[in-house]
Design a protein around this ligand. Structure first.
Ligand code: ZN
Ligand code: ZN
Length: 337
């Protein structure tokens, strides 16, 4: 059985979640001596750490977005490859969230702890699927930790977009997407649905798409929206960061029909508030059912909840007879919900 209570060796300090026998932080706020990074989103992969351990894909994302990944050195971990870090064994396993995203399995003195990072269970053609890991302590995200959040099937949402396109052939269909993950997933699901027209991109999205392609993810023909004649984009799909769709930027598109691909689009009021005509409920995070099912399937006796809407989830976990607590981590404002 467990040698110590988890909270005696997994603590939260000013830099975030810390594993004492391994002498490393997980997704620290920056300035850590040794950091294990679950994935490249900006609320997890911050600059200024001395040593960074992550998957090759996550290191590449960090290099692209931050310039300098670590001030002293980096170490690449392949999925499923156990590494000795201090006194613990660390294994990164697929989290199914975005390219390179990993759960962190920590093994010490017979105890198995899994830090989920961000994850989802639904399929995503752009990254390997989530792998369920049995553990004693599961540290889970809870971005969509309310029963109202049910994400459904991304392919059905993409069908709505294709239908709108057929219905309004003179309008540009501009879809708000987060740059790392959602953008490439939406493109890949469109391609799987047989959509082979060029897809037009806001300039801010190009770099991450190229990065995905460099890791073998095929996105088909992509064209820059800027500089393309207005009439050429009639009836076409144009992807842009969420901030650009309500901006002057989209006004030069032909009669833009605005869509937004996000788990938040389940909340109608939010779609209305942002003036979204076509809300697409596509999320790279576990929804309520995935969160609760995953917690049960890990067999964990104890669950810690990191970021998001914890209260309902904590209540649910308690009702299943597991110990649980909310981890007070600040600054988890997801760019990718
Ligand atoms: Zn994320
Ligand atoms: Zn996150």
């Amino acid at each position: 059985m467990r040698p110590d209570h988890f909270s005696s060796w997994l603590t939260v300090d000013a830099k975030g979640l810390y594993c004492r026998p391994g002498s490393f932080h997980i997704d620290p706020y920056g300035g850590a001596k040794r950091a294990v990074i679950t994935h490249g989103h900006s609320d997890h992969a911050r600059p200024g750490n001395e040593h960074v351990l992550a998957t090759a894909e996550t290191l590449a994302v960090m290099k692209t977005r931050l310039g300098t990944v670590a001030t002293r050195g980096t170490q690449t971990a392949a999925y499923g490859e156990p590494l000795q870090v201090g006194d613990v064994r660390v294994t990164l396993m697929p989290a199914g969230h975005v390219l390179g995203s990993a759960q962190v399995l920590i093994e010490w003195k017979g105890a198995r702890v899994v830090v989920s990072g961000d994850y989802k269970r639904s399929t995503d053609p752009t990254c390997p699927g989530y792998e369920l890991l049995a553990c004693h302590l599961f540290i889970t995200e809870a971005t969509f930790g309310l029963p109202v959040f049910q994400h459904g099937d991304a392919r059905e949402e993409v069908e709505k977009l294709l239908k709108a396109r057929a219905q309004f052939p003179a309008r540009a269909h501009v879809v708000g997407v987060y740059g790392l993950g959602k953008c490439q997933r939406l493109i890949a699901v469109l391609r799987e649905a047989g959509y082979d027209r060029p897809i037009y991109l806001h300039g801010a999205l190009q770099e991450c798409c190229s990065l995905y392609e460099s890791f073998g993810v095929r996105l088909g023909e992509l064209k820059p929206a800027t500089g393309t004649p207005r009439d050429e984009m009639k009836g076409e799909i144009v992807l842009a960061p969420p901030t650009a769709i309500a901006d002057r930027w989209s006004r030069r598109l032909p009669d833009p029909l605005t869509a937004f691909a996000s788990g938040w689009m389940r909340v109608r009021a939010r779609a209305r508030q942002h003036g979204i005509e076509l809300p697409l409920v596509i999320s790279d995070h576990a929804d309520w059912n995935e969160l609760t099912a995953t917690i049960a399937e890990t067999g964990a006796e104890e669950v810690w909840v990191t970021h998001g809407r914890e209260d309902a989830l904590l209540h649910h976990i308690q009702s299943t007879g597991r110990k649980c607590r909310a981890l007070a981590l600040v600054g988890r404002e997801d760019e990718d919900q």
